[in-house]
Write a protein that binds this ligand. Structure first.
Ligand SMILES: Nc1ncnc2c1ncn2[C@@H]1O[C@H](COP(=O)(O)OP(=O)(O)OP(=O)(O)O)[C@@H](O)[C@H]1O
Ligand SMILES: [Mg+2]
Length: 373
């Protein structure tokens, strides 16, 4: 029963659901609405089913609801409307039900409460609630847009990291297999040729060229391993970390210790790569910034999680200041660690203070059925 009332030229349209069992009270409400400058278009409902049908049938500005009805109640209507549209203004218009009940209704989410005998506030209450509903809806839209943007960014970031790893793997193999093999052939042939050259000066020159080919070969192999050590794909995280430690251990650098239980579980591709890259970045940071005398890289199983710890005894740093610099785009290492771990479903924590060294901890969920260390 939808009614369109006569609309004075100056009045504003208002689409209202009226939850009310008494026709006289509906008439009372409509009079008050018109007096307040509204041209109401309304639907009267008396049960949950009727309210449900009305909510789905059209777009509404406000719900005006009695508190007590024979087969329904204001509170039930309130929950139903809130579940349908949490931003819809809901005003209770009732006989005198007492202050405590009114307070309970407001606590349950009603936006205002008016007594049927005194509807002078009705226009102002509706105007205010329409305004506030507009603000709430705009905020919700902004939150949704923000959430979607964040999800898109996350997907993009995930994709970029996947592509970066795939590309590194490809270039590393290409360097090692194709260019590396060609350089090996050049070097070996040059060495064989050198042995046959009679002229001493020319032989010296050829030996020198073979030497340079050997150096380039070493550089290409190192570059290939730095891009992505094949251990990570073939033998697993521990072997890759052992290579990393060996690669960075120097007589004039800090002592690097790697501690891991004998039977490490395989974490699965993404988490294992993330774990390796975190260790790599953390160790690079120690060597570049910490001035440490020792570093300890530890893998362990804790509370059903797989954790990587990197401790150093270096000079430490101010985390808040580093984060602020990262926001300006000055450095990417710590940001990249966070991103990788989050995308692999893990958590990362950094603790550092000037003079006390740094602790990086990244934990990943163990895949179901993974053998535990
Ligand atoms: N283990 C550490 N000890 C001391 N300072 C550190 C350590 N790790 C990070 N830092 C500080 O935090 C800053 C940010 O580190 P981050 O890895 O993000 O950037 P970066 O190493 O300077 O550059 P890059 O983007 O190449 O990684 C560093 O510049 C350094 O000042
Ligand atoms: Mg760094």
């Amino acid at each position: 029963m939808t009614n369109a009332d006569k609309k004075p030229a100056s009045s504003s349209p208002l689409r209202a659901i009226i939850v009310e069992d008494t026709p006289d009270d509906v008439a009372l409400l409509l009079r008050a609405l018109r007096r307040a400058g509204y041209a109401p278009e309304y639907q009267r409902v008396q049960t949950a089913d009727e309210l449900d049908a009305a909510l789905h049938a059209g777009r509404w500005d406000v719900v005006l609801s009695d508190y007590t009805l024979p087969d329904f109640s204001g509170l039930m209507a309130l929950h139903q409307v809130a579940a349908f549209d949490p931003d819809m203004p809901f005003i209770i218009v009732s006989g005198n039900i007492g202050e405590d009940v009114a307070v309970a209704a407001m606590k349950a989410g009603a936006h205002d409460y008016l007594i049927k005998g005194n509807l002078t506030r009705l226009g102002a209450a509706i105007e205010r609630e329409l305004r506030e509903a507009g603000v709430r809806r705009a905020r919700r839209r902004d939150e949704q847009a923000l959430l979607h943007a964040r999800l898109r960014l996350q997907a993009l970031s995930n994709r970029m990291l996947e592509m970066q790893e795939a590309e590194r793997r490809h270039i590393a193999r290409e360097l090692h297999d194709e260019i590396g093999q060609s350089l090996t052939a050049i070097k070996l042939n040059l060495e064989a040729l050198t042995r046959r050259i009679g002229d001493e000066r020319v032989r010296g020159l050829a030996a020198e060229i073979a030497g340079v080919a050997g150096q380039v070969l070493d550089q290409v192999r190192r570059l290939s391993l730095d891009l992505r050590p094949p251990q990570l794909d073939d033998l697993g995280l521990l072997a890759a970390l052992q290579w990393l430690v060996k690669r960075h251990t120097r007589d004039d650098g800090p002592a690097i210790e790697l501690v891991a239980p004998d039977d490490l579980p395989r974490l699965g591709g993404q988490a294992e790569t993330a774990c390796f890259r975190v260790a790599q970045e953390a160790l690079t940071n120690v060597l570049r910034h910490a001035g440490a005398t020792s570093v300890r890289i530890e893998l362990k199983n804790e509370d059903g999680q797989f954790c990587l710890d990197v401790h150093d005894d270096g000079r430490g740093f101010d985390l808040a200041a580093a984060r602020a610099r990262a926001l300006e785009g000055a450095s990417l290492g710590l940001v990249g660690m966070n991103e990788r771990v989050a995308l692999a479903g893990g958590e990362i924590r950094l603790a550092s203070r000037s003079g006390t060294g740094t602790h990086v901890r990244a934990c990943f969920p163990l895949p179901a059925g993974a053998a535990r260390p």
